[in-house]
Design a protein around this ligand. Structure first.
Ligand SMILES: [Mg+2]
Length: 266
């Protein structure tokens, strides 16, 4: 694709969504490691980005390495990390109550924020929590009614696994919205521009030198468009060829569509 080759010439940073692009669950995508090596070989920095806050960065580093893709914590970014950075940037002394997985808890700790119970919290941060209980929802409601700021790591209603769809962080956020009558003050993950701006800051990159590769129009492409990135859609995840045709002509139509990540080898 000569147009894609030309467009990639001006790009120095590539943001790769992971699930549905680099792998599906625990299965690496055919050619993904080759594609990452090609991009790096052409002098581009590659950063791996996920809306999922469940696992720490070290988990993704191990997962990528097991698939033959060199990675370190410096080029993996999760919504949990960006949520912690967001709070720290506003109040380094903030007291935080978390409903979420171990990755989110770890990021709050690494940002030197204080983990507290619901009564004391300045912030309630909500991510995917596979050990969600009625008690945790009740505690979240208590924090919100007491005036805590409401931060959602990501809005995903569901997420794809090898066993089919599972409820995402957005479903837990919705339960808290419903009982408290409050919407999140901030949503961190895609399609919010927050997470993309964090990446640009972290790498000192300008939007016009940056591309995002994702498998979803409503999250990856939309987030990229909001910030002015080059957007590339792959068809190995959520969005299929038929869906692309339906989206043609809409404002979130990607700049390029490729069958798989291997399609960036141009
Ligand atoms: Mg994805």
């Amino acid at each position: 694709m000569p147009e894609l080759k030309q467009a990639l010439r001006n790009i120095s940073l590539i943001i790769l969504d992971m699930d549905g692009v680099v792998y599906l669950g625990n299965k690496p995508m055919e050619g993904a490691a080759r594609a990452v090596a090609f991009l790096r070989g052409s002098g581009k920095k590659v950063v791996f980005l996920t809306n999922n806050s469940e696992s720490p960065r070290s988990f993704y580093v191990r997962k990528l390495r097991s698939m033959g893709i060199a990675a370190g914590e410096e080029n993996v970014i999760t919504s949990g990390q960006v949520a912690a950075d967001y709070i720290r940037g506003r109040d380094p002394q903030a007291k935080v109550f978390v409903i979420g997985g171990p990755g989110l808890v770890e990021e709050i700790r690494r940002a030197a924020l204080k983990l507290v119970g619901p009564e004391e919290a300045d912030y309630l941060v909500v991510g995917i929590d596979r050990e969600l209980t009625y008690q945790k929802l009740a505690d979240g409601l208590r924090a919100l009614l007491a005036g805590a700021k409401f931060i959602a790591t990501n809005p995903d209603r569901v997420y794809p696994t090898e066993k089919g769809l599972l409820p995402g962080a957005g479903a837990i956020v919705a339960a808290l919205e419903r009982c408290s009558g409050r919407k999140p003050d901030v949503v961190i993950g895609k399609p919010s521009p927050q997470i993309i701006r964090f990446v640009l800051r972290a790498f000192g990159a300008k939007p016009k030198e940056t591309a995002i590769v994702g498998d979803q129009i409503e999250t990856d492409v939309k987030a990229g468009k909001r910030v002015g990135l080059l957007t590339i859609l792959v068809l190995t995840g959520v969005v299929k060829k038929e869906d692309v045709e339906k989206a043609r002509g809409t404002k979130n139509f990607p700049d390029f569509v490729v069958d798989s990540l291997e399609g960036v080898i141009v």
